[in-house]
Design a protein around this ligand. Structure first.
Ligand SMILES: *[C@@H]1O[C@H](CO)[C@@H](O)[C@H](O)[C@H]1NC(C)=O
Ligand SMILES: *[C@@H]1O[C@H](CO)[C@@H](O)[C@H](O)[C@H]1NC(C)=O
Length: 347
């Protein structure tokens, strides 16, 4: 008995000191992880910061991220300047009709000022900012149909587009937007906007802005129902902000992009972006999910009184001027409205 008492007494320091040490380390660790989470908390990472910029040079094909871009009246530089059309009907082609389009990748080389378009086996290179003279020498001016409207387009030679016809399993042509402006319709029509603006081959408006926090809220709903999260790329936005409260963008009316140098750039938010089934197509595989995120969006995002049977994600904007936009810049909301009302541009 006496021996064990002595042993216990002598062993006390071996138990107390390590325990005290462990507590000190634990406290220090907790304090550190506290300050780390503070660094990523909303107060220190402003919600209106631009976190990503995306450009999709060829309508419905895979786009890419850029660190900076020139905002033009017609949209971000290079964005939707090209599209594929059916050789037979002269109608524009999108992921809606042929989901394999999303497997056509694009890349821009600033050094050579060239745009590359890739199938799995082929790469074609064309000038990214072709002059009228180059277009006259190398393409033919033709007609193209997009959303029930006829517009002019520079058509590339069939020898150049052959790999794409083979890849997409249909006879297609590649065209570059011709000189005649595609004047905005619907909510962007001159009468409503108060000035005449145009876009290249975007569906409706020059620029789409989206919020990561709204995507996060959507993804939380998807995960709760046992579905997979979706990437922001599904929605094909151009300017992506971190976002504060989800869906506050529903009421945006005027946005201002500010940078430390240069003038602020204002954009009119003309309408919500109402969605078709394109976000259900996985851009990596071209597989179309039978339900999501469509079903989830339909449950709670049919919020626009102008078109109740389509869900809203992202906001469609028309720049008031031109200028540079960079990741890290701030996007301020300078006016909001309760009057957004989608007007079908086909009418
Ligand atoms: C266009 O063709 C003309 C005549 O062949 C040639 O002189 C000119 O350099 C060409 N321009 C371009 C930009 O290809
Ligand atoms: C934009 O918003 C930030 C904070 O949200 C503010 O500090 C800044 O002054 C605003 N800039 C303009 C031009 O309104």
């Amino acid at each position: 008995m006496a021996i064990t008492d002595i042993l216990n007494f002598h062993m006390l320091p071996y138990i107390v000191f390590p325990a005290a040490l462990a507590i000190v380390f634990l406290l220090r660790f907790l304090r550190q992880s506290d300050s780390q989470s503070a660094a990523t908390s909303p107060s220190l990472s402003p919600e209106n910061e631009i976190v990503s910029l995306r450009v999709y040079p060829v309508k419905s094909c895979r786009g890419f991220e850029v660190k900076s871009a020139q905002v033009l009246r017609t949209g971000l530089d290079l964005d939707r300047n090209w599209m594929f059309l059916s050789a037979e009907t002269r109608e524009f082609l999108t992921i809606r009709a042929n989901s394999k389009m999303t497997l056509l990748r694009t890349a821009f080389d600033a050094d050579t000022n060239q745009l590359s378009i890739f199938t799995k086996q082929h790469e074609i290179k064309i000038p990214a900012h072709p002059t009228t003279e180059w277009l006259q020498n190398n393409t033919e001016i033709a007609k193209a149909r997009i959303w029930g409207e006829e517009t002019d387009a520079w058509e590339y030679h069939i020898s150049l587009t052959k790999p794409f016809s083979e890849f997409l399993d249909m006879d297609v042509r590649l065209v570059y937007k011709g000189p005649t402006p595609r004047v905005l319709r619907g909510c962007g029509a001159p009468k409503l906007l108060g000035r005449t603006e145009a876009t290249k081959f975007a569906d409706m408006m020059p620029v789409q802005v989206a919020s990561m926090s709204s995507l996060k809220e959507l993804n939380e709903r998807l995960v709760r129902e046992g579905e997979s999260e979706v990437d922001i790329e599904r929605f094909r936005p151009n300017i992506i902000i971190r976002g504060g409260a989800p869906w506050v963008e529903d009421r945006w009316k005027v946005l201002r992009i500010t940078n430390s140098h240069g003038k602020p750039l204002d954009l009119d938010v003309v309408s919500r972006c109402l969605r078709c089934h394109v976000p259900s197509v996985d851009p990596d595989t071209a597989d179309k999910h039978p339900r999501q995120p469509w079903n989830q969006l339909m449950k709670y995002r049919r919020i626009d009184p102008g078109l109740k049977f389509k869900p809203a994600f992202g906001m469609l904007c028309v720049p008031r001027a031109e200028g540079l936009v960079e990741v890290g810049m701030k996007l301020n909301v300078t006016a909001v409205t309760d009057d957004h009302f989608f007007i079908n541009p086909m009418k």
